[in-house]
Design a protein around this ligand. Structure first.
Ligand SMILES: Cc1cc2nc3c(=O)[nH]c(=O)nc-3n(C[C@H](O)[C@H](O)[C@H](O)COP(=O)(O)OP(=O)(O)OC[C@H]3O[C@@H](n4cnc5c(N)ncnc54)[C@H](O)[C@@H]3O)c2cc1C
Length: 316
């Protein structure tokens, strides 16, 4: 339940938090109601001050990266939502190692690595997320390449006892699965990561990135707002295939529609509501369950107050 605006505390001015920022401005879907508080801390100390205040005020805290894997409720969230683009936006190379801030977008990082003739991140060229978001889901592509195997360390801000502490986690202290990692839901705020890349001629890297982008453009609705793959692939199969087989291509609720180009993508013309998308997802889950017995688990994450809509109540 949304707390009434009148019962929400006034944030100290020095935290520079804005009120009721429409999250539609920050999501790839272009959908989402207001964040009760929104901030873009300028550095890690400013981030600490906001986190400390939010804890005292008993307000949940959420970080938004590229906003490419979230569906935000039309009613918004009673939370402090933070963008780390000012505090954690740097890229630094040291031989084959690259240290990237949590807010660095993957395509930018892949291009920067190509300029250094370092390969390994070619797969990331078409993923519109930031490093911090990618580390929550072990972002990757269909041939098995993902960010996890490149990671050497992850820098996080963690609550240890009552103290916010900067911790450097070696990759082997993190579990990496298919579209999940132990960082997700851990409460740690990712500040950045160090990845190990491999020398490769720049021309080869760029040619491969072009191929990957062309393939994406041919098979995904890149021109319309969407949130990428809506559901995780079921074991041994593809979500798009089972959705298509269940006759859901083109199925619509309100302005939200199953893409004709790729059935695992929900698209819209800019006017859909989160409620439309969630209802469409639930309808697809039902039709797929009836047609093939498969339970589709959302890959995208729900942001809202109170219990999630039915589509998101399915356990992963
Ligand atoms: C067109 C399109 C294509 C896509 N293709 C792919 C693909 O090929 N492969 C793939 O894996 N995914 C793909 N995705 C999904 C998405 O891009 C990835 O999951 C991406 O890694 C999410 O990153 P983000 O920064 O956008 O995360 P967000 O959507 O901003 O956030 C996702 C979650 O991560 C949390 N988070 C973000 N930053 C931090 C941080 N610094 N610290 C702690 N928590 C944080 C958020 O709070 C939220 O819980 C696609 C999406 C779209 C729209």
């Amino acid at each position: 339940m949304r707390r009434m605006a009148a019962t929400l505390p006034e944030a100290p001015r020095e935290l520079a938090l804005t009120r009721d920022e429409p999250l539609a401005r920050h999501t790839y879907m272009r959908i989402g109601g207001p964040a009760a508080y929104f901030g873009t801390p300028t550095d890690v100390d400013a981030l600490r001050r906001i986190v400390t205040w939010a804890r005292r005020a008993r307000l949940p805290l959420r970080v938004i990266g590229g906003g490419s894997n979230v569906l935000v409720s039309d009613e918004g969230v009673t939370a402090v939502v933070l963008s780390l683009r000012a505090a954690c936006g740097a890229i630094r190379f040291d031989g084959p190692l690259v240290t990237a801030g949590a807010a660095v977008m993957l395509p930018r990082l892949a291009h920067a690595a190509a300029e250094q003739a370092l390969g390994g991140l070619e797969f990331a060229i078409g993923i519109p997320g930031a490093v911090g978001g990618a580390l929550q889901t072990n972002a990757g592509i269909g041939d098995g390449r993902a960010i996890g195997p490149l990671v050497r360390t992850v820098d996080v801000l963690r609550l240890v006892g009552d103290v916010l502490t900067r911790v450097t986690l070696p990759a082997n202290e993190i579990t990496w699965g298919y579209r999940e990692t132990s960082l997700r839901g851990s409460g740690d705020l990712v500040l950045g990561a160090t990845l190990e890349l491999s020398p490769r001629p720049r021309a080869e890297i760029e040619a491969e990135m072009r191929r990957l982008l062309d393939a994406r453009q041919a098979s995904q609705p890149t021109a319309t707002p969407n949130a990428g793959s809506t559901f995780c692939n079921p074991p041994g199969d593809y979500a798009g295939r089972v959705i298509e087989a269940a006759g859901c291509t083109g199925l619509a609720v309100g302005a939200a529609r199953i893409s004709e180009l790729h059935a695992n993508f929900v698209v819209h013309d800019g006017s859909a509501r989160a409620a439309d998308v969630a209802a469409l997802m639930a309808e697809v889950q039902t039709r797929v369950r009836v047609a093939s017995g498969v339970t589709l688990v959302p890959e995208i994450e729900w942001w809202g107050d109170g219990p999630p809509p039915a589509a998101f109540a399915v356990a992963g």
